[in-house]
Design a protein around this ligand. Structure first.
Ligand code: AMP
Ligand code: ZN
Length: 433
């Protein structure tokens, strides 16, 4: 029923595992130039950690620290023990590199296999990885997990919908990994091709790598005719396999034998009680090559209180609602792109894609939302479109408290990104004031 017995370990057992993992990790960290300096200055060692809460004795590690240590200031093993590296997408500034030993790659594959098992995939199933390979962890990370589980794994890579469809059919694929924005795009492609998704016989999609709302998930399930499961990870914590939905689809279990997760106030860094939304901070507990202590992910979420129906004891993270660095401030109002997506995806007239543009007018920051609408709506009479436009502006204003300019555009006219979707274009610095 469970892939690893530890998935249902008692909370006491998990706390003991975490304490042990924390001690070992602190000991390992002392081998890296960066942490040797930092921990040395603090005067703390492995013996100072007697419960998972003792993690609070440590300072945070930030993205800037990773940049300072770039490329190899965080390595804790001899150079020849490393067999892989990945580089994060760097949507927010300079990229960071993560190095893996053979043990790290194997442990990571095991976590991903555990996630895939939790959604219902099994040995002997056929799995197509429709995300980009290369430096992006969603390629090889998911690939190794699928192989580890014993799936026949099709490394399709991103894009080329025609070929994707052929592979899905020829090899009778049971499950896929696909980025949410591409999943919607692929659904539209199936419709254009006159393919009934039910005929494909596929059952599972793992969707992740970019923020998306519950509405978007439901849409993906509808247009692809399968169940879609939220998959969370980040390069600094290996990549995918950090937190994953189980069949209950009620939040993502974060694997607490492998990671120590905290939610903190993004301003003060103070720990927040269970259930409150803040910034996710993560510590690796089993990584040999490049362990990280209290890494600030910048992702905003919360722990979902209570137990999951599936019986797993590892706590669940709620959907990521945004990043501390993607907050837009317009006319004094804090706006997260996901608030806008939530409004748009709840409107049946809206097609797959949207784009938020920031610009300046009369010395004021302004926000414009370009929204694709379905062909039949776009072709409708002018009053219908005007009515939709009015409703959309009103709903967006109610949600974000400023009135955005809204432009309705034809479905497919906003180019779909190859990898992670780009939701915000900031023209404020480019346009003359
Ligand atoms: P990268 O390391 O380049 O793959 O980017 C990792 C980041 O992608 C995370 O820190 C999140 O901001 C985002 N991300 C990954 N998975 C999800 C998910 N399931 N939901 C929302 N955001 C995600
Ligand atoms: Zn569960």
């Amino acid at each position: 029923m469970f892939y690893d017995a530890v998935e249902v370990a008692s909370r006491d057992e998990l706390a003991a595992l975490q304490t042990e993992g924390l001690r070992r990790t602190v000991a390992t960290c002392l081998a890296s130039p960066f942490y040797r300096r930092r921990l040395g200055a603090l005067g703390v060692g492995p013996e100072d950690f007697n419960s998972p809460l003792d993690i609070r004795k440590l300072p945070f590690t930030t993205k800037d620290d990773l940049r300072v240590g770039y490329p190899d200031g965080f390595l804790c093993q001899p150079r020849e023990d490393f067999i892989r590296l990945h580089v994060s997408s760097g949507t927010t500034g300079a990229p960071t590199a993560v190095f893996y030993t053979a043990n790290d790659v194997a442990a990571w594959a095991n976590l991903v296999a555990r996630c895939m098992h939790a959604v219902g995939l099994r040995r002997g199933d056929v799995f197509q990885n429709m995300s980009g390979y290369g430096l992006f962890t969603g390629g090889l990370g998911i690939h190794y997990g699928a192989e580890r589980l014993g799936c026949l794994t099709v490394p399709a890579g991103a894009g080329n919908s025609k070929r994707q469809l052929k592979l899905l059919r020829d090899f009778k694929v049971d499950g896929v990994h696909i980025i949410p924005s591409y999943a919607l795009h692929f659904g539209q492609f199936l419709r254009q091709e006159g393919v009934d998704p039910a005929d494909l016989g596929w059952r599972f999609a793992l969707i992740g790598a970019e923020p998306h709302t519950e509405r978007t998930r439901r849409r993906i399930e509808e247009v692809l005719g399968l169940k879609a499961f939220n998959s969370y990870g980040l390069t600094e914590m290996n990549g995918p396999g950090v937190a994953f939905e189980c069949a209950a689809q009620a939040g993502m279990h974060v694997w607490e034998d492998a990671y120590l997760a905290e939610i903190v106030d993004p301003q003060t860094g103070a720990p927040l009680p269970d259930g409150e939304t803040g910034e996710l901070v993560m510590t690796t507990l089993g990584r040999d090559g490049m362990p990280l202590l209290r890494y600030r992910t910048r992702d905003l979420t919360r722990f979902i209180p209570g137990e999951c129906a599936c019986g797993r004891t590892h706590r669940r993270l709620d959907r990521i609602t945004g990043r501390t660095d993607d907050m837009i401030i317009i006319k004094g109002c804090n706006i997260f792109p996901m608030q806008i997506e939530q409004v748009l995806m709840a409107m049946p007239e809206v097609a797959n894609n949207y784009l938020i543009e920031l610009y300046q007018e009369n010395d004021m920051d302004q926000i414009r939302v370009k929204v694709e609408v379905r062909d039949e709506v776009f072709a409708a009479a002018a009053p219908t479109l005007a009515g939709l436009h009015k409703r959309m502006v009103a709903r967006l204003r109610d949600e974000v408290l400023v009135t955005p300019a809204v432009e309705l555009v034809r479905a497919g006219s906003i180019p779909a990104a190859e990898g992670k979707a780009v939701r915000v274009e900031d023209h404020r610095l480019l346009e003359p004031a």
